[in-house]
Design a protein around this ligand. Sequence first.
Ligand SMILES: [Zn+2]
Length: 287
Amino acid sequence: MGSLPWLRHKKRDIPGDLWVRCSGCKQTIFGKDLDDAFKVCPKCGHHFPISSHLRIAYTLDPATWHEYDAGMGAVDALDFIDEKPYAEKLETSASRTGLREAMRYGLGRVDGHQIVFGVLEFRFMGGSMGVVVGEKVARAVELARDLCIPLVLVSASGGARMHEGILSLMQMAKTCAALATLRESGGFYISLCTHPTTGGVTASWAMTADIILAEPEALIGFAGPRVIEGTIKKKLPAGFQTSEFLLEKGQVDMIVSRQEFRTTLSRLLRYLPEQPQGTLASRGHST
Ligand SMILES: [Zn+2]
């Protein structure tokens, strides 16, 4: 069989991200239009997952990000192996993301307001919380407390990191204990839950903020719907564990689209009374 004429032509080299198919409306979107819209579908409003790098760029004033503890990496204390050794999974995540761990935190500014900003990288083992993620969250909280500046954390997580066993579960208590000291000192904490925020992260620091924001249609919950249905032997209502459902039930304060997050954050930060700010040197913090 002779080859078809169009097959004889050399294929044009089209970059893979020139056109993107939206998983919300199934329509094809021009990649640049998607980039210009903060990775939100211009046709249906579906929020595409984004990296921690983009989250930082979309949120903070340009060139104000100063990351802390970027070199802190996980230790495979249990020599854990499931389908692959844990150490190998860590290496794969590190080469995929260029990061040592799933949590990033540091100092930055939003419309000039200095904050401690932290964000989970979902591409690093599903944003799961092990010892290093918990430690970095606790350090972010303590930095905000000591410098007397607001704390803003963005979550996207599959929950506790089972590869670290009970050591990962204790991060729930540790991060909440740190947040209690922030509260006692009069500190202020805003949490943004993005798709998906689940398991031990939801059950600890993501849902214990002064103000809890969520991106539209994000899945936010502890156990998954199938586990809950199996336990309570009841059918769950439609839209269960979405941002919209949680807003209706009073678990979330506000749903904010990605394009509005920075201006919303700026407005919320303006409401805060001026506090005398500490300095890094006087509080013993260093990068
Ligand atoms: Zn769409």
